[in-house]
Structures are given as structure tokens and as C-alpha cells.
Design a protein around this ligand. Structure first.
Ligand SMILES: NC(=O)c1ccc[n+]([C@@H]2O[C@H](COP(=O)([O-])OP(=O)(O)OC[C@H]3O[C@@H](n4cnc5c(N)ncnc54)[C@H](OP(=O)(O)O)[C@@H]3O)[C@@H](O)[C@H]2O)c1
Length: 338
């Protein structure tokens, strides 16, 4: 069962996914029965050096030609931002192509419209990579916990700010020094304003709220305070008081309402989130039947995020009855232990 894949964007995340599709195609086919054929990759700058090798005819700077090509079965988006991604994904969904995306800003801001288009065409829109990087948290919330009452989802959902706060607390750096270090290591974007202002965490908190409570929360409805104003003195004062400052996103039920916010909070050192350091993310999901579940792991980076895209891609490819044929799973080979 061959599925033709078009990838939009080949930067940190898209580039890592392309590498996986090129290197692991056979292994994925043997394990899952799904043959993912990377047909074409769309980028902005054709001349840029890449971390993978593809013949020139399989790289284009015309992303719209990928989403509207009849030769593409599934579109993966790793460009980011609201446009042209919004138009690209709507075009793909309206023409009956399943979409897999890592774009939290787009899902948080225009999710309702995108899901409506997906539902109309009867195709999936998957976004595991949009929250928590490589941590599987979207599908557990959407599927495994679908029947549960969830009271609260909260945690560290931005790796860049967590790296900066960790570096300030553990290495005595100023905010500026820690941000420079995060940029040099590739953890912060060239323009890190969405991260440090808390906007990125607000996008993710809005998405988690939608999954937990079944209602769309617009990102601008999330009360948002970033870490720009957190100084080394604040971090030191917190340490003296036995606390650690973390940027925390919260979505919770308050009576009949939903409250969503992102802000720096001084946590007791023995709080489970206090020891979550660097780019690691950690998300608590709380409800009467499940108690408190913790999802934690690498919250950013090319490889972890590409892993989430790949998982979604395989899900999409194996659920759909492509070309009228159900996926055939290989029977595991028997291992004889002597
Ligand atoms: N980085 C992470 O750790 C991480 C984690 C989770 C989710 N995400 C999400 O993943 C997405 C991608 O992030 P990233 O860090 O990989 O970004 P990035 O490194 O800046 O890569 C963006 C890619 O999109 C391409 N692009 C830009 N405009 C385009 C256009 N009009 N048509 C075709 N291609 C275009 C760029 O092309 P050129 O290479 O030619 O410039 C580049 O390859 C974003 O939504 C981000 O929020 C990222």
C-alpha cells in the first residue's frame, strides 16, 4: 500500500522528517505495512543547502503545486505561521487530501475552519507535532481520554523559555545571556518573541483546552504573561525561598467556564514540574477518573517533532482505505529461543 507524500517546509522539522522518510522507508513499511513514498518537498529558497539529498525535480518553491497535485495523497506541513499555510492547508483539505501539521499557531488560530474543511471532505487533519514536540499528548487526549471528564491541563509547553529559565537558575546567567545561549544552540528562533512573550505557550494551551473541554478557545483569550520581565534577581530570590520559576500554561474548568492562562510561576522545589529542565516539556492532565497523568519528554527539536509528524503520517496512511485496499500488516517473524 503505497502513499505518496508531499512535504511543505524543510527547515528544522521538515528537514528531519524528510531524512526519516528517505532513510527509514523500508523499515517503516516492514513494521507498519505502510509504504510512504516521499514525492516532493516544497521550500522557500531553492538554493539553500539541505540536510538531505533529493534530485532537483523533487524540490520545488511552488508549495501550492504540491497541495493541488493529483499525484500527492497526503500533505505534511512544516512551514509555520498563518500564511501561506492557511490557504495551502485549506486547499489540500478541500481537495480531499489528509493533512499532517506541526503548526500550533495555525491550529490554535484557524483550527475551527480547518477542521470544518477536513470534516466536509471526510479526511483527517492531524497535529500531534503542534504541542509538546515529540511527546505523544494530542492523541491520548483526543482518543484514549475522549470519554473522560478533564478538569485541568497544565504544564511546561515551551522548551525555549524553559531552557532560558533553567540556565538563569542553574548557571547564574542573565535573561539576555541565557537567550543568546539558547539562540546559539538553535533552541530559540532568530525572532524569539513568540516564545519569550508566552504567545507560543498560549497557542499550545488553547489547543489543549479544545481537546480537554471540547470548546474552541481563541489564542487571544488566553491570559498571557511571558518571561521578558523575569530578572536574575527574581530567580535568585525564588531560589532563596526554596522555589523555581517556570513558565506554566493552564487550562481549567472554573464552574461552567474555562480559564486559560500562561505566566511565570514560582514553584516549590519539590513540585514535580520544578525539576523539568532545559527544553524538556511536561504536561499534567487531571480528572476525577484518571487522577493526574504526566506526559513529559523533548518538547522541541527537529528529530522529536519529526517523530510526531511521522506517527501521524502512518496513522493517516493506515486508516484510510487507499486505492481501495486495506493495509496489510506483516505477521511478526517468529523468534526461536534456544
Ligand atoms: N523547531 C521546533 O523545535 C518545532 C517544534 C514543534 C513544532 N514546530 C513547528 O514546526 C513548524 C516548522 O518549524 P521549523 O522550526 O522547522 O521552521 P524553520 O526551520 O524556519 O523551517 C521553515 C521551512 O519552511 C520553508 N518555507 C517558508 N515559507 C515557505 C513557503 N512560502 N513555501 C514553501 N516553503 C516555505 C522554509 O524554506 P527555506 O528552508 O527554503 O527557507 C523552511 O524550510 C512551525 O509551525 C513550528 O511552530 C517546530
Amino acid at each position: 500500500m503505497k502513499v505518496n507524500v508531499g512535504v511543505l517546509g524543510a527547515g528544522t522539522v521538515g528537514g528531519a522528517l524528510v531524512q526519516r522518510l528517505l532513510l527509514d522507508r523500508i523499515q517503516i513499511r516492514e513494521k507498519t505495512g505502510v509504504d510512504l513514498e516521499l514525492k516532493v518537498v516544497a521550500v522557500k529558497h531553492l538554493e539553500k543547502p539541505r540536510s538531505f539529498e533529493l534530485p532537483p525535480e523533487r524540490i520545488t518553491d511552488q508549495a501550492m503545486s504540491v497541495v493541488s497535485s493529483p499525484g500527492i495523497d497526503v500533505v505534511v506541513e512544516a512551514i509555520g505561521g498563518l500564511e501561506p499555510t492557511g490557504e495551502l492547508l485549506l486547499t489540500a483539505l478541500r481537495s480531499g487530501k489528509p493533512v499532517v501539521t506541526a503548526n500550533k499557531e495555525l491550529v490554535a488560530t484557524r483550527g475551527e475552519e480547518l477542521f470544518e474543511a477536513a470534516n466536509r471532505s471526510g479526511v483527517p487533519l492531524m497535529y500531534e507535532a503542534a504541542v509538546g514536540g515529540g511527546i505523544p499528548v494530542i492523541r491520548p487526549l483526543a482518543e484514549s481520554l475522549a470519554g473522560e471528564r478533564i478538569d485541568r491541563v497544565s504544564g511546561i509547553v515551551n522548551g525555549t523559555t524553559n531552557y532560558i529559565l533553567t540556565s538563569m537558575a542553574q548557571d547564574g546567567r542573565s535573561f539576555k545571556e541565557a537567550l543568546e545561549e539558547a539562540t546559539a544552540l538553535g533552541y530559540a528562533e532568530p525572532d524569539p518573541s513568540d516564545d519569550i512573550s508566552g504567545r507560543d505557550a498560549a497557542f499550545k494551551t488553547a489547543i489543549l483546552a479544545r481537546l480537554a473541554f471540547g470548546e474552541w478557545v481563541a489564542p487571544w483569550q488566553v491570559e498571557c504573561l511571558g518571561i521578558e520581565a523575569v530578572s536574575r534577581a527574581d530567580v535568585e530570590a525564588a531560589a532563596l525561598a526554596g522555589k523555581v520559576i517556570k513558565l506554566i500554561g493552564v487550562a481549567e474548568r472554573v464552574g461552567r467556564d474555562i480559564s486559560t492562562r500562561v505566566s511565570p510561576i514560582a514553584l516549590d522545589v519539590d513540585h514535580p514540574l520544578a525539576g523539568v529542565d532545559g527544553v524538556t516539556n511536561a504536561i499534567f492532565v487531571e480528572g476525577p477518573a484518571i487522577g493526574r497523568l504526566l506526559f513529559t519528554g523533548p518538547g522541541a527539536g527537529g528529530q522529536p517533532t519529526a517523530s510526531a509528524l511521522l506517527g501521524d503520517l502512518i496513522q493517516v496512511a493506515s486508516r484510510r482505505n487507499w486505492q481501495g485496499k486495506a493495509p496489510s500488516y506483516r505477521r511478526p517473524r517468529q523468534v526461536l529461543h534456544r
